[in-house]
Design a protein around this ligand. Sequence first.
Ligand code: 4AD
Ligand code: MG
Length: 460
Amino acid sequence: MNDRIVHMLDASPSEDLIQVEGWVRTKRDSKNFCFFEVNDGSSLRSLQVILDKNTSDIAQTINRISTGASVTFTGHLVESPGKNQKVELQASDVILHGEAPADTYPLQKKRHSLEFLREIAHLRPRTNTISAVARVRNELSYAIHHYFHEKGFVYVHTPIISASDCEGAGEMFQVTTLPLNSLDGSKPIDYSRDFFGKQANLTVSGQLEAEIYALALKNVYTFGPTFRAENSNTARHLAEFWMIEPEMAFCTLEGDMAVAEDFLKHIFTHVLEHCEEDMAFFTKWVQKGVAEGLQQVVEKPFIHLPYTDAVELLHKSPKEFEYPVAWGHDLQSEHEKYLTEEIFKAPVIVTDYPKEIKAFYMKLNDDGKTVRAMDVLVPRLGEIIGGSERESRYDVLSSRLKEQDLREDDYWWYLDLRRYGSVPHAGFGLGFDRVVQYVTGMQNIRDVIPFPRTVHNAEF
Ligand code: 4AD
Ligand code: MG
């Protein structure tokens, strides 16, 4: 395996013959020489390659090389007279692996719109923006595992096919092997004939199963894909998205919030330290001040704000909202942005939401009206984390299930955890794609996941 271009760019000139593999970004001709910019996705920067055209046996090949072609150059690194790079490759040989005919290759040098790039998601990782997103996404994913591993959390693989609706919101994709025409609603469905002998779905969250493991291993987390058949065509919703869900036993809402803040600050710091070049790119071309904003978030404490106080603040605000604010209604993204961007200019953790707008598993407060929920809201995006202390009292949980028309039979094992060795516990879910969006400043969540799945869209 040959070295990556990112390492060559910082290497010293040398007589050693090396090979450079990648895709041609640009080609420029002069009388005797041909100049190429070659990129292999290891960095935004490309390596400049200079080839002497007078070497007759490669003249033919050079003509067939254009933007997008895959090549291996052989040569040695020399000091570059140009001011944009330290070294360049003086090449003596080239292998052309695959041509990219200029009349049809869609990625020519001009800037393309992100909307257009979504239509060519099989080629878009070859662009600066999408490759930078992929590298930051990779670093974030590493930082997340690193954080929990260092803190002694156990990574648990919760099932992707599940028979329970964690969020109780009924937004699930069904998994079935029954003939589709038997599902047309004309007669009741006999699930005993289905593959699992009961109705099954793609999971909307690994939380309930994570709780099982937390009540044995104390601190656990999941990191996997989740699926929601929400009909929300917005810039922050996907039908298939990745979620990180830590769950901690012997932990209340206060501990939960402290971990959420520490965790976010850790992964932001990691990106600032390890993705400097990509973050400079996002700051320049995608979202002004994005890196600096992250740095400020890392340095300041998050705001804690009970839902009832949030509603009051929004009521007092002179701003006209599209959706009016009323106690008992969920906060809309415009309200979340107002709180974080206009009022506090910082991430805000909103707590103690009305029980009617939150899931059955959240711990009921003594007022009987609100639950120990917490949403972490960030500027530009709104909700990035949703979490809570869990209801650990058997009786209260049982009546909460009834209130929400959920069947105890479906949650027998979840109730069992409250019968045997129950303990205060809490956790949260971080939307991974949303955090990539937040960190990079990308406007649309469809551009931070390689192959977005949204309403009417599952190409590639
Ligand atoms: O707030 P949510 O629905 O919480 C849960 O699923 C809990 N079970 C988490 C827990 O306590 N273990 O989702 C958590 C986060 C949201 O804050 C959001 O960032 C992200 O998941 N999310 C989505 N991201 C992209 N597309 C969607 N359709 C999303 N729905 C939620
Ligand atoms: Mg939520």
